[in-house]
Design a protein around this ligand. Structure first.
Ligand SMILES: NC(=O)c1ccc[n+]([C@@H]2O[C@H](COP(=O)([O-])OP(=O)(O)OC[C@H]3O[C@@H](n4cnc5c(N)ncnc54)[C@H](O)[C@@H]3O)[C@@H](O)[C@H]2O)c1
Length: 382
């Protein structure tokens, strides 16, 4: 194979960005070609087709069956991600899927099964995994420097105006999106949080629509419990101006604190469990060394280049699609817990969650005052 021919399905805000990127690589002879695009909105499909000089389709099946591509990028609203990706795998194409890979754990499982059966490359667009801060934190935690994790914290503020929510009929509805901040903005951070701190086994959450006129949640807080008994706290919303994204991973031997790109490592002179028992003075404390850690530049390669090299050279994916289920599992647990007022064990019971979604979808109302805009967050990196 001399190059990877890519078809982009769903060419709104983010899909338009993927087209730009693929076309740029094509112009730079980087073994990628933007072969064709697809959108159910003919105006959008035609505009992208004219802009990039490629054929357009209105039906994803026709694009996939056309023989024009080796791989597809799926950038439609989330509910369609499993259906389209599964069809592509069945037809022998590689898939780079936007986040979240699915709205429900059952949908995520189905894509993963189809990907495995096909043997094709399955990537998810979790581009934050390539950032210096994520890579350095992963290296520190995996090296055992802070020891076994005993507490976590994630505070992830986002900001969206009402006009953002009014920019598309699908946005912030149960039928069109299947959730709010949790399944749109937060998956990036949830992925990082779980990638670094592990997956909780139980989540108790409250979700609400605090300041936006939407069906789904714009604010979430959750208590987490891990297999080793550790606890964690999680917060996200689209009600707070940006920054700082804050993580804490407290361990037996130290603590890693991340505020955006600033990383501080606290090293304890003794493991907590040992010190707590050994020192019998009433207010004995231990020495804690504070070190500012330079995150480093991260990986300059993009997710699309990594996807290309996974197809052409078998390179390892930085964000494998199969790991996309973690964020889905996490936000399903938050939504189910809030709607049942009970803690939810992970893996989330698939049938119960699917039934909840079906019930909520029926409550979805046609959106008024929609001013369609297909522009992606300028901060979304490709
Ligand atoms: N990785 C990131 O940083 C990032 C950033 C923004 C959006 N996204 C993801 O990208 C996806 C799209 O979001 P967006 O903001 O670009 O939305 P958007 O509304 O701007 O674009 C979605 C496009 O998909 C089209 N579409 C809908 N159903 C389709 C179907 N069945 N077949 C083909 N086309 C279809 C719509 O007509 C629209 O043009 C979402 O899943 C979102 O979570 C990811």
């Amino acid at each position: 194979m001399k190059k990877v021919r890519i078809g982009v399905i769903g060419v709104g805000g983010m899909g338009g960005g993927h087209c730009n990127r693929a076309k740029t690589f094509q112009n730079e002879n980087k073994q990628v070609e933007l072969a064709c695009v697809c959108d159910i909105d003919e105006k959008v499909a035609r505009e992208r087709s004219e802009k990039f000089g490629v054929k357009y389709f209105l039906d994803y099946k026709k694009l996939i069956d056309s023989g024009m591509c080796d791989a597809v990028v799926v950038a439609t609203p989330h509910w369609f991600h499993p259906e389209i990706s599964i069809y592509a795998f069945k037809k022998g194409l590689h898939v780079l899927c936007e986040k979240p890979i699915a709205v429900t754990g059952s949908g995520a499982q189905k894509i993963i099964a189809a990907a495995k059966k096909s043997g094709k490359v399955f990537g998810v667009n979790f581009q934050r995994r390539l950032e210096g801060v994520t890579m350095k934190a992963k290296e520190i935690i995996d090296s055992g420097e802070i020891g076994e994790i005993t507490r976590t914290l994630c505070i992830d503020p986002w900001y969206r105006t009402q006009s953002y929510y009014d920019s598309g009929t699908w946005r912030a509805t149960w039928a069109g999106e299947g959730g709010g901040v949790l399944c749109n903005q937060a998956p990036h951070t949830i992925d990082m949080f779980v990638y670094l701190g592990g997956m909780p086994v139980k989540i108790e959450a409250r979700t609400r629509a605090k300041i936006h006129k939407i069906e789904v949640e714009d604010e979430v807080q959750a208590s987490l419990e891990y297999a080793n008994g550790a606890w964690g706290c999680y917060y996200t919303s689209t009600c707070e101006p940006f920054g700082p994204l804050h993580f804490e991973f407290a361990g037996e031997k130290g603590k890693l604190v991340i505020r955006e790109k600033e990383m501080t490592l606290y090293r304890y002179s003794h493991p907590v469990n040992e010190h707590v028992k050994k020192y019998n003075k009433m207010f004995a404390s231990m020495e804690v060394k504070k070190e500012i850690v330079e995150p480093g530049p991260g990986i300059s390669k993009s997710i699309m280049e990594n996807f290309r090299d996974a197809i052409m050279k078998g390179e390892k994916l930085y964000a494998p699609g199969v790991e996309g289920i973690n964020a889905v599992e996490f936000f399903n647990a938050c939504i189910l817990s809030s709607h049942t007022n009970k803690p939810v064990k992970i893996p989330v019971p698939r049938k119960t969650y699917d039934q909840l979604m079906e019930k909520l979808k029926k409550t979805s109302k046609k959106k008024e005052a929609v001013k369609v805009q297909r522009v992606t967050d300028p901060k979304a990196m490709l």
